[in-house]
Ligand binder design. Sequence first.
Ligand code: NAI
Length: 328
Amino acid sequence: MQVTVFSCREFDEKELFLSYGKQYGLKLVLCNEAPSLENVELVTGSECVDILTSKIDRNLAKAFADRGVKYLITRTIGYDHIDVKSCREFEITVGNAPYGPNGVADYTIMLLLMSIRKAKRIIERTNIQDYTLAGNLGKELKDLTVGIIGTGRIGRTVISNLSGFGCKILAYDLYQSEQVKEKATYVSLEEMWKEADVISLHTPLTEDNFHLINEDTLSKMKFGVVLINTARGGLIDSEALISAIETGKVGAAGLDVVEDEFGLYYYDHKSDVLNNRALSVLRGFPNVTVTHHMAFYTDNCVRTVVEDSLKSCKCFMEGKENPWEIKS
Ligand code: NAI
């Protein structure tokens, strides 16, 4: 039973892969590069391929299938980087290995607090020994209304964490959860735009919600609204966000994800001129905290995702019930 693992990180994943591979009796081909048509031969002899956030387009899916791949597992919660339709056409089953929601939920609260307490500005000033107060006035969470869009595993955990701060919590999802109703009030998006002082995104990126935050929806929000995005960059129209920050309509933002981050994040580009203008502009604002898709990155998440991705491959190859298979 062989699995080819792409984008295997030497410094934190390799040892875990070797240990869990042994535990589950799997032969592993480990490669630290992302999969591409150049290195696709590495999948020969493997029924399963284990990837990170690399784009799997139709050509790559076909190249996998031509070499006998039957199962593709991504070590991520989101799977919008995979052309699932093409994979299915080429008879490749797709799975994802979601880790616990706490790492991302904690990080969301951190970005939220950093945004309302102007932490970026304060830290930058402290670093240059500018110990003045003007411009650093923050807000208290208990005085704010926080809107959570997407009340799945992460959104629900964020709501649970937030409930300890005494703020009013609004929620929106396509499907309502009874558990959420104990701590938050479901409202329509229109009400959310009108009422929320802070809006935090926790939905997958789909065709339906691409640019959910756009010029029109931003215009309906409160002046000075704070936006937090630890979900997917494509949920926000970056150009519209930049304009809204320039006018003050958006008072602060905490962005762990941005549009078109694939190929940039997780690589060292410090000497390069970036071809992502929105990222460069957003990063430069004093009231915008940008991090490079780090919310998931805890010891617990990395360990769980490596183990579950291999367990999922094993279930698939043994024809057992595979809880990680994407069925929708
Ligand atoms: P989940 O599947 O448990 O919950 C997603 C929720 O979004 C569901 O309740 C679903 O009904 C809702 N939803 C889907 N489309 C919607 C729409 N158009 N409008 C309103 N609600 C909608 O997923 P989970 O585990 O909570 O993760 C959420 C997202 O967080 C992932 O899809 C991923 O994009 C992102 N993520 C980001 C990470 C990071 O490191 N920054 C790490 C992990 C996940």
